[in-house]
Design a protein. Structure first.
Length: 257
């Protein structure tokens, strides 16, 4: 069987170059932050500098295409949104999608959280770290809570019953530091009844570092409290130097809408 060889060449502004097909794919637009807390001054900006190239975007969570609006200036944001952008240029494949999620704390803020077990080495500002509206960056030593246990319980309290339809957990993946997404997140109501379980099927796979928002839809009704249980990877896979050990779970915010 003949095997066709494909050679890869990295070029500025492009993600890959296929000699066999002579096809170039553009690099995605750049943006200062992939996650933002909504404020009266919130704007989302993108950048991609190449002659004749444009950035096209959507604000409803759909994938941008050649008919989507052209990005020309920073976008003012007045409500929670999932903004997606791609680079386009005639004669080239569109880029991968760059996503910016804008989150609101006003819809249903959490009043306090009981954490079990209590984080030790990476404790930041305790439970307040998870509902202070301050998103962490790639530095896991600041503004992140870190756990190396197989299960983390977050019991979230509200001063009065609030109608909630969505829970979002802000997590870190940095596998070189043994930080993985949990393999599952379970949510229980105030009576201890499991109302939803979200599995993260690729948690143990070899993935690049990223800051992730895991969204979990729950039955829309009023809740006085919710308990989240994050199930860490109990055994890292053979490809990782820490194989057989529990992966760390890092989180910096919990949102309810």
């Amino acid at each position: 069987m003949a095997v066709q060889k494909i050679f890869l060449l990295l070029l500025p502004g492009f993600t890959w170059f296929s000699v066999a097909s002579q096809t170039l794919q553009l690099a995605p637009p750049q943006t200062p932050a992939a996650r933002l807390i909504l404020t009266p001054e919130s704007t989302v900006s993108f950048d991609f500098r190449m002659k004749n190239a444009v950035i096209r975007y959507t604000t409803d969570g759909s994938e941008p295409d050649k008919n989507s609006p052209v990005y020309r200036q920073p976008l003012s944001v007045t409500e929670p949104a999932r903004i997606k952008a791609k680079s386009f240029c005639d004669g080239f494949l569109p880029s991968e999608t760059k996503t910016v999620q804008v989150l609101s704390l006003a819809a249903g803020s959490i009043d306090s959280i009981a954490i079990s077990p209590t984080p030790d080495k990476y404790a930041a500002n305790g439970w307040c770290t998870l509902c202070d509206g301050q998103l962490g960056d790639e530095n896991f030593r600041e503004n992140w809570l870190g756990f190396d246990q197989q299960e983390v319980s977050l019991r979230c309290f509200f001063n009065k019953k609030k109608k909630i339809r969505l829970v979002t957990v802000s997590l870190m993946r940095q596998q070189g530091a043994w930080i993985f997404l949990p393999q599952a997140v379970e949510i229980f109501d105030e009576k201890g009844k499991l109302i939803v379980r979200k599995a993260i099927t690729n948690a143990g796979e070899d993935q690049p570092s990223s800051l992730e928002l895991v969204e979990i839809s729950i039955p829309k009704k009023k809740y006085r409290e919710l308990t989240l249980r994050l199930k860490a990877l109990s055994s890292l896979q053979d490809w990782h130097p820490g194989k057989g050990q529990t992966g760390w779970v890092f989180l910096d915010e919990v949102f309810v809408e």
